[in-house]
Design a protein around this ligand. Structure first.
Ligand SMILES: [Fe+2]
Length: 238
């Protein structure tokens, strides 16, 4: 988002594009309980951009779990996303699932890592929970995306992080943002999902930065109480 309602990112008016995604959801017969917002909410570092995000998202009238991306300004984001119905890097237990959002950002850098205190928070939350299944949300992909430029700004020691999730024995799913393209695979026994942006996408398998014509998108994820997962990628035509 931009503070300016007409703000454009690589030729896409981002507020209108997000609005279109929400309209698609409202016109569908699929009803969500929660939203995962996986970072990079703003482009212009302004409080007004977060206010715009809030204004567009509020009609969803459900709890929205938010976490920061490398384009976010933590202090500004916390002021908006720390207030209900939003939550900021929080956790929640819901129908035998623990949902937890992590901060994978490094100030001033595009790439990310999971700092030791954030990993401790994850461990403590998972080990204290009576939920049998866990979904971990973060901004940076813990896997190689196959794009040289993008893989230099992914999650440091992603494989180690996934092995750590596996060692917690209850993590079934991890969800990331940042990559602006679809991803769906299993690593270390954990389903790993990435979802294209609600605005402009990045070209998959590209050596250098390049944008893709793929439309805005969102992903419908169903977490069953037995730990199984269904998901569907929804592309929203302009
Ligand atoms: Fe990002």
């Amino acid at each position: 988002m931009f503070a300016d309602a007409d703000g454009e990112l690589r030729g896409v008016t981002t507020a209108a594009s997000l609005q279109r995604v929400l309209e698609h959801y409202f016109a569908s017969d699929w009803n969500a309980d929660r939203v995962f917002v996986t970072g990079d909410l703003v482009q212009d570092d302004t409080p007004g951009a977060y206010d715009r995000f809030r204004e567009i998202m509020l009609p969803l009238k459900m709890r929205m779990h938010c976490l920061p991306g490398n384009h976010d300004v933590r202090d500004l984001m916390r002021k908006v996303c720390g207030l209900p119905p939003f939550s900021y890097c929080a956790y929640e237990e819901f129908h035998n699932w623990l949902m937890i959002s992590l901060d994978s950002c490094i100030s001033g850098e595009a790439g990310g890592n999971i700092a030791a205190d954030e990993l401790d928070r994850l461990d403590h939350t998972v080990n204290s929970s009576s939920a049998q299944h866990v979904v971990v949300c973060l901004h940076h992909p813990p896997v190689a995306m196959g794009s040289a430029w993008l893989d230099t700004v992914g999650l440091e020691k992603g494989e180690e992080f996934l092995q750590h999730l596996q060692s917690l024995a209850k993590v079934r799913l991890t969800v990331f943002g940042h990559a602006h393209q679809p991803y769906d695979a299993e690593h270390c026994g954990i389903r790993v999902l990435g979802t294209p942006s609600t605005c402009r996408q990045f070209l998959p398998d590209s050596e250098d930065f390049a944008v893709d014509d793929c439309p805005p998108a969102y992903r419908r994820i169903t977490l069953h109480s037995d730990g199984s997962i269904d998901n569907e990628l929804i592309l929203v035509d302009a």
